[in-house]
Design a protein around this ligand. Sequence first.
Ligand SMILES: C[S@@+](CC[C@H](N)C(=O)[O-])C[C@H]1O[C@@H](n2cnc3c(N)ncnc32)[C@H](O)[C@@H]1O
Length: 263
Amino acid sequence: MSGTWTPPKGIDPDRPSPARVYDCYLGGTHNFAADRAVAAQAIAAMPQLPEIMRANRAFMRRAVRMVAGEGVDQFLDLGAGIPTVGSVHEVAQALVPDARVVYVDVDPVAVAHGRAILGGNPYATALPGDVRKAAQLLGDPEVGSLLDLSRPVAVLLIAVLHFVPDADDPYGIVAGIRDRLAPGSYLVLSHGCPDEEPEAADQVQQAYRGTATPLSLRDRAHVQRMFTGFDLVEPGLTWATAWRPDEPEPERRELLAGVGWKR
Ligand SMILES: C[S@@+](CC[C@H](N)C(=O)[O-])C[C@H]1O[C@@H](n2cnc3c(N)ncnc32)[C@H](O)[C@@H]1O
């Protein structure tokens, strides 16, 4: 473990977790040697991974700003991770001080850290939950105590569905969420795509093979399919760096990103 961080009870430090591996890429301290080993292996295959992850976070912040600017004041972040570098509630509440944010993650470390940083924030919480049981999550009383699903909400699925294998039907998961959302709601999604660098992508997938959730990268057509029933807002499904950049930035072609609107 790096730094002086004390992990929550019941955490197995020898079992790498995607949330902590991601924390390594972002330069955080909430990770163990086993997580750093996976990150190192993945970075050896794709040295630009930390840059890709920072681009992912930057997309998330731009999308949240855009959606909040459209008047949405409720956010459900599924597979939220450890909010090491910027986070949804900071961006949303800077624009709408009482914006509601519910973070959900399957990794208890991510939830514990989220709770620690949210202590005292009456409008945001972090809950344990599995995106594969999204229908259950949307009906969860704790979610309902903060979010009113009869009004528009932004659901964030950022860099998480590539941890859901086809066997768990990621398309069905998104469709189930869509059907529960009020008109005017948004889907904010990013997803790893191997189209441009298939060999490196394959090696990154190998690195994740021993983790709690192996990686299932998907091509553009399959990521596009996740937006079925949503209108993609401009500029559509793009590389994360190309989605409404604040200023021109070097293009990265490993992560697709888009925002869908439910009529
Ligand atoms: C790459 S991180 C992305 C974190 C954050 N969404 C972001 O983009 O900055 C992926 C996160 O998804 C979580 N995750 C993986 N499978 C999940 C599942 N079935 N349900 C909920 N969270 C999951 C991991 O624990 C990890 O925190």
